[in-house]
Design a binder for this molecule. Structure first.
Ligand SMILES: [Fe+2]
Length: 374
């Protein structure tokens, strides 16, 4: 931007001298011999610096510069004054009306340097103003962006949580459908898998397993007999005693189940639990398929075996009614340490004693994720 300075003095000779002195400077020099003229010029000509004489006939320099300050607060104001007017000028400075005071007679180089400083001062103030504006604008924009971001993050988090919950529900529903398909092969086992899942979860929590393992126990419980899909219906539903061959066929189901689940990557933790749910804790040949012993049997499998036994004993069969709780308690005691892991059998006994018949209620509603929250 071109730099313009306005000189105001009632002595035309002084104005001429100033013009001459500044003719080689890169500044526009505008002159006014009366204060009112100066104000008119300022309204139409953008000047950055005004230099005024103090003693003028119709208005003092202090008053003129006060008027300039009022109308054009950014314009840098300076005063040219003789020694006798010093008191007025000093007061003007102290009131903050002017930037510099120049005494008459002036030194040319000093006056030029002072003008240069005045233009720099003007430019710097303008730049600070501009930067403040930019900063403020950017702050507003940033605040806006932050607000938008917060909204977006909140929305996305909510959406993700909803999707997660939907997926989890779909996951459990799919597994349940599979379990129900197995139970449907025999009208006497309807709901068996779901109940084994429920009992297993309760036992798992009773022995203090972490959430993740309780969830795995539940899912493995739902799927423990999935291998029965590969066993002939005639064998599964046979009301009479099974022949050795038929019993051997039934005994295949843990391995068939493991094979069915193997390709499903999100069930990889469950495969071993299903495979070993008929192993005996003592490692005897009554267990199958691998005659694993004690701790080498996955803990979920040991839990499922107890839950499976309790469920089977308390359900009606074609050849008998469901057994009562006392008989179940007896059986658990009797086979604790041989068929059952004593720690698991004890946990189940504690639950049966505490909850009685409500533990084995057949139509209980169960949501594993609600259960895990408690
Ligand atoms: Fe089984």
């Amino acid at each position: 931007m071109a730099h313009t300075v306005l000189f105001v003095d009632d002595e035309v000779n002084i104005l001429k001298a100033v013009k001459r002195m500044l003719r080689h400077e890169p500044w526009e020099v505008v002159c006014a011999s009366r204060p009112h003229e100066a104000l008119e010029i300022l309204d139409t000509t953008p000047a950055q610096v005004v230099v005024s004489d103090q003693r003028m006939p119709d208005m003092s320099g202090v008053d003129l510069l006060a008027a300039v300050r009022e109308r054009h607060p950014d314009v840098v104001r300076m005063m040219l004054t003789g020694y006798t007017e010093m008191n007025v000028a000093v007061e003007a400075i102290n009131r903050g009306e002017i930037f510099r005071l120049i005494t008459k007679p002036w030194n040319d180089e000093e006056l030029k340097a002072t003008l240069r400083q005045a233009f720099d001062h003007f430019d710097m103030k303008g730049e600070i103003k501009r930067l403040n504006l930019v900063t403020r604008e950017q702050n507003f924009k940033l605040q806006d962006m932050n607000r938008n971001l917060e909204h977006k993050v909140r929305d996305r988090t909510k959406q993700l949580a909803e999707k997660h919950s939907e997926l989890r529900t779909a996951y459990i529903q799919t597994i349940r459908a599979l379990a129900e398909a197995v139970d449907a092969k025999d009208s006497y086992t309807r709901g068996h898998s779901e109940r084994v899942g429920v009992y297993s979860s309760k036992i798992a929590r009773e022995i203090g397993l972490p959430r993740e393992l309780i969830e795995r126990v539940y899912i493995a419980g739902l799927l423990h007999d999935v291998g029965k899909i590969g066993v002939r219906d005639a064998v599964i539903t046979k009301p009479d005693r099974l022949t050795d061959e038929e019993y051997d066929e039934i005994k295949q189901h843990p391995e068939i189940g493991a094979k069915i689940l193997e390709p499903v990557s999100f069930l990889s933790d469950v495969v071993e639990c299903v495979r070993h749910h008929h192993e005996w804790f003592d490692g005897s040949d009554r267990g199958y398929p691998d005659r694993l012993k004690a701790d080498s049997i996955p803990l979920p499998s040991r839990v499922i075996l107890v839950a499976d036994t309790v469920e089977a004993m308390t359900s009606d069969r074609p050849y008998r009614k469901g057994l009562d709780l006392d008989t179940v308690l007896e059986e658990l005691h009797k086979f604790s340490g041989t068929q059952f892991d004593p720690a698991v059998a004890d946990a189940c006994l504690r639950l049966l004693e505490a909850e009685g018949d409500s533990f084995i209620k057949k139509d209980q509603k169960f949501d594993i994720y609600e259960f895990l929250e408690v």
